[in-house]
Design a protein around this ligand. Structure first.
Ligand SMILES: *Cc1c(COP(=O)(O)O)cnc(C)c1O
Length: 396
């Protein structure tokens, strides 16, 4: 898609080139029009259904991004006390918050109870007991869901699959009955429902169909024992197309919500909750950098950027691929093969191996696309580098 081709300040990849050229690199460029369109599409697809979407703040906690999402009336999914506080400050309603994570500290649980988060997603019996105890001490009732590990392989990278029986997340199916009964018996706990999250960057619908079948089976199972739930939370994980950011500037929300509409049998009065991170913020963000040097070793040409793994660690951490574009030169008749690397003193500081780009020169501006999720939020100061800046662009 060549968005806003007619707009004179936008180049053929949709960037406002005056902004890109005037901002010191490296920095994150957020196209807020893309974020708005994404949020509107989600709202359109869930309208009329008993669905609530929560934004997984860990994907991108930039205050301006959080403010924008909160204004669209979406909830928040949080994994630390710091995120709970940031979400409250950004304007998310505590009752629309879910608090996840396998290792919530007492201090973090108290923060959640103090604000009155809508649901703690509880991942173990010890956590259940500590939340019950702390809620009792504070004179509160903790609203919780039990995170179930449904043993479904999401067919994604091994570091971002979370729903198989041998990883640390959730409660295994064999002990679920026991944990549910335990939760119901605790005096300061209100069990709202079951929670699932099977992994991230999931682009096939099959794992979600399997998740729906597991949920249906569990709801039947508990109903037979006289236990009903007011809600089910199916987590997030919807992936985006990292290879074609201009053709597919949005995740396939229609297929995603359509899968749950078709396959999950909600009971009367029950609400279905989603926790989407990547799919909401990924495509609106790009990491913009400049070429410091182009150098040749015996067999390779290297493009060395002023952005590195400290700004965007996904390639080094998950072997992730991002589309790389030269915004200064788009002469596709004159191409070269490069390794596109950062300046950090690690061999894994590589954004692209054997990557085809127009002939690239020192000073050219390079965009690393689809970097809005798990980019800025994972940035570090390794090598005593500065954290990347952020600019926000909108035509409206
Ligand atoms: C990270 C996370 C999410 C969001 O995952 P995405 O792949 O970004 O959609 C949702 N729920 C929980 C519990 C998470 O840990």
């Amino acid at each position: 898609m060549s968005r806003d081709m007619g707009h004179q300040n936008r180049n053929n990849y949709g960037f406002a080139m005056d902004v890109v050229e005037q901002t010191p690199t490296p920095f994150y460029y957020y196209d807020m029009d893309v974020l708005h369109k994404t949020l509107q599409e989600i709202k359109r697809l869930i309208e009329g259904y008993p669905y609530t979407v929560h934004y997984a703040v860990k994907a991108n906690g930039n205050p301006q991004i959080l403010n924008t999402i909160a204004k669209h009336g979406i909830g928040a999914d949080l994994v630390s006390g710091g995120e709970v506080t940031a979400a409250v400050e950004a304007g998310f309603k505590p009752s629309d918050m879910t608090f996840s994570g396998v290792g919530k500290t007492d201090r973090e649980i108290r923060i959640g109870l103090e604000y009155g988060v809508g649901c703690f997603n509880v991942e173990s019996i010890p956590e259940l007991e500590v939340i019950n105890q702390l809620a009792g001490e504070m004179g509160k009732t903790a609203h919780i869901a039990i995170r179930v590990n449904p043993d479904i392989d999401a067919h994604t990278h091994r570091y971002i699959t979370t729903g198989t029986a041998d990883n640390k997340f959730g409660i295994n199916l064999e002990v679920l009955d026991e944990v549910v009964c335990h939760a119901i018996a605790l005096p300061h706990i209100h069990l709202r429902g079951l929670h699932f999250h099977i992994g991230s960057q999931i682009t096939l619908m099959k794992p979600y169909v399997m998740l729906c079948e597991t949920v249906n089976r569990l709801l039947d199972h508990f109903e037979q024992q006289g236990i009903s739930f007011e809600m089910v939370n199916v987590g997030g994980g919807l992936g985006i197309d990292y290879d074609a950011p201009d053709e597919h500037p949005m995740a396939d929300f229609a297929s995603y919500f359509g899968t749950f509409k078709r396959h999950l049998r909600l009971r009367p009065g029950q609400r279905l909750h989603f926790e989407l991170g990547r799919a909401i913020v990924c495509t609106c963000g790009s990491l913009i950098s400049r070429v410091v040097f182009v150098k040749e070793n015996r067999n390779k040409k290297f493009v060395i950027l002023d952005a590195g793994m400290t700004d965007l660690i996904r390639p080094a951490l998950y072997e992730a691929h991002h589309t790389i574009q030269n915004l200064t030169s788009n002469n596709i008749d004159e191409q070269e093969t490069y390794d596109v690397v950062g300046p950090v003193c690690e061999s894994s500081d590589v954004f692209g191996h054997d990557y085809q780009l127009p002939v690239t020169r020192r000073g050219d501006i390079i965009a690393i696309r689809s970097a809005g999720a798990y980019g800025e939020s994972m940035a570090s100061c390794y090598n005593m580098r500065q954290l990347p800046a952020a600019v926000f662009h909108s035509n409206h």
